[in-house]
Ligand binder design. Structure first.
Ligand code: ADP
Length: 257
């Protein structure tokens, strides 16, 4: 089996007195598609925010491509010290994220929403950035919207821009945090369709927090059921969603199917 691209090692996360994650161990392998399901408040978003370095673990290690996110070698002596911003941003470059709320730049065109990070963060030439951004906007079906502003788009279109903006960075792993839950029901399909296409045709690993069980069954190689701060069930989508006899999981699934 291929080496994991991400490893969570006994990760704990508390917010004040609330112990949200109680020892998460998780390997994500290159090109693996993982769905995380579980009740509201079980810590699904926290798991992926930790990987995006938007939260710092209370305890445990997260290793991305062999590099510890929050600790780095102090010197030649093998000792570790707290990571600095430069160290974090290097690791962050490998990870793309799409949020429930699109987080687009409202005053920039769709094209510039994609071009700006490439030029500013990746130091790409404007010309190359425009070319790559157009390719990715075409990929998500927005080839006629380059010059539109976010406020003129539907929620589904905005979410597709958010995906293009993450894709131009060529991440090794893409995180999707309930990307359809803020959308009107009739717009959910077009967004799932793009994710399905990416899952089928792209090599990158994908982690999806989702309440769309049929979608998880279709695209995920592995499904994790998060409950009570731990991964309570883990297996193929069919094992977890269709055949598990875990009563907490069955109760959860009844509410979402
Ligand atoms: P899920 O995505 O499964 O709904 P979350 O990861 O969003 O769960 O949240 C898990 C728990 O952590 C919830 O009880 C939530 O209120 C709490 N939580 C999340 N982020 C914060 C924060 N920044 N400050 C305080 N509590 C938080």
């Amino acid at each position: 089996m291929m080496e994991p691209i991400v490893q969570y090692k006994d990760i704990h996360k508390s917010f004040g007195d609330t112990h949200v994650l109680k020892g998460i161990n998780l390997d994500i392998r290159p090109s693996e598609k993982i769905a995380i399901i579980g009740p509201s408040g079980s810590g699904k978003t926290t798991i992926i925010r930790l990987l995006m370095t938007l939260e710092e673990p209370t305890d445990g290690d997260i290793i991305v491509d062999g590099t510890n996110l929050w600790k780095m070698e102090a010197g030649g002596d093998g000792k570790m010290k707290k990571a600095n911003e430069k160290h974090l941003s290097k690791v962050r470059n490998e990870i793309g994220m799409v949020f429930q709320h699109f987080n687009l730049f409202p005053h920039k065109t769709i094209l510039d929403n994609c071009v700006t990070p490439l030029v500013q963060v990746r130091k790409m030439s404007k010309k190359d950035a425009v070319e790559l951004s157009r390719q990715m906007l075409d990929r998500v079906g927005l080839n006629d919207k380059y010059e539109a502003y976010p406020s003129h788009l539907s929620g589904g279109q905005k979410q597709r821009v958010a995906m293009a903006r993450a894709l131009v960075m060529k991440p090794k792993i893409m995180l999707f945090d309930e990307v359809t839950s803020a959308l009107d029901p009739e717009l959910v399909g077009e967004v799932l369709e793009v994710i399905r296409d990416l899952a089928d045709n792209e090599d990158m690993a994908m982690v999806l927090v989702t309440h769309e069980m049929d979608f998880a069954l279709e695209v995920a190689d592995r499904v994790l059921f998060l409950d009570g701060g731990v991964i309570a069930e883990s297996g193929t989508a069919d094992e977890v969603i269709n055949t598990s006899d875990n009563p907490r999981l069955q109760d959860f699934l009844r509410r979402f199917r």
